[in-house]
Design a protein around this ligand. Structure first.
Ligand SMILES: [Fe+2]
Length: 307
């Protein structure tokens, strides 16, 4: 853990800000928030809205949350009718998402998608290149080559299972944890304040209200110290949690809540936990020494610990 935090968390509540992009045809509005190595693009779409990429350099992920939204997703010579409550990994190259029903579509891009990164509302936050972060190395290509990969998510949820049900997927360039939505609130005696040494975490919340408790590490310069942050956020919203900042998230209020965590590049500690990453059989692991795995410290839940 280094002794300096270089930046504060970026927080975006989409209901309180203008979108960064109005999609061609006017049927989609997109809010783009970046981290050092990735961008989260959330679009509010009407039927017929098109989210197209002419030649995306790497894979990207598409989340259709539970609810009404639906879309056709085309790439690599294939076409998928994606329903709500699904994840799709889109291969490099040209691709096209056409909304067939109203709702929200979240896309996660790596830093290689420079045009998306440049449109982020907080692009200037990363003008220094984020030297505190490990480089976004691309992991090995999938065993069967790049193609559209589609995962309906309900099959990975246990209706009567634990309150916290991680659902982790990875690609060559990122890893997401799409927790089963919550019907009850997190107990305040079972929080998990922890930090990540050299990577950021995006937490995308589409339902409910959230407090992302945050404690920034101290550096040698008193004038750069930040107060603890216990601010409440509405949804849909996203927060980019900086490396080394102690954090834990808690849902508040009534109703269903949702939280999706995003890491780019993929987390090696999670990827190495046999059976933890749902699509682990599709992607080889990188050749990295075993002692280079753990980059997270603090109070961890059992599933957060290395395998
Ligand atoms: Fe974390």
């Amino acid at each position: 853990m280094t002794d300096t935090v270089l930046r504060k968390a970026s927080k975006a509540e989409f209901g309180k800000m203008e979108p960064q992009v109005v999609e061609p045809g006017g049927k989609g509005r997109t809010w783009i928030t970046r981290g050092g190595n990735f961008a989260v693009a959330v679009s509010e779409v009407e039927p017929g809205a098109v989210l197209a990429r002419d030649d995306n350099p790497e894979e990207y992920m598409v989340i259709l949350p539970p609810g009404s939204v639906a879309a056709t997703i085309e790439a690599g010579g294939s076409k998928i009718d994606a329903k709500a409550d699904s994840l799709t990994i889109v291969p490099p190259g040209p691709s096209r998402i056409t909304a067939t029903a109203k709702g929200l579509i979240a896309r996660i891009f790596s830093k290689a998608s420079g045009d998306i990164i440049a449109q982020a509302w907080n692009n200037a936050t990363y003008a220094d290149g984020a030297p505190e972060l490990a480089p976004p190395d691309l992991w090995p290509a999938p065993y069967d080559g790049y193609r559209l990969r589609h995962y309906p998510l309900a099959r990975y949820a246990k209706p009567d299972g634990d309150r916290i049900q991680p659902r982790v997927f990875r690609s060559t360039n990122m890893l997401v944890n799409l927790f089963v939505h919550y019907k009850t609130r997190r107990e305040t005696t079972k929080l998990s304040p922890h930090w990540h040494d050299d990577f950021e975490q995006a937490s995308l919340t589409l339902n409910g209200r959230w407090v992302h408790h945050m404690r920034y590490n101290w550096g040698p310069d008193l004038s750069t110290w930040q107060p603890d942050d216990h601010g409440e956020m509405g949804t849909p919203s996203v927060i980019i949690i900086p490396a080394t900042a102690v954090h834990t998230s808690r849902d508040v209020g009534d109703g269903e809540t949702s939280l999706y965590d995003i890491f780019c590049p993929p987390r090696l500690d999670f990827a190495r936990k046999k059976g933890f990453v749902i699509n682990e059989d599709e992607y080889p692991l990188p050749d990295v020494p075993a002692d280079d795995t753990v980059k997270t410290g603090g109070s961890l839940l059992s599933w957060q610990k290395p395998g």
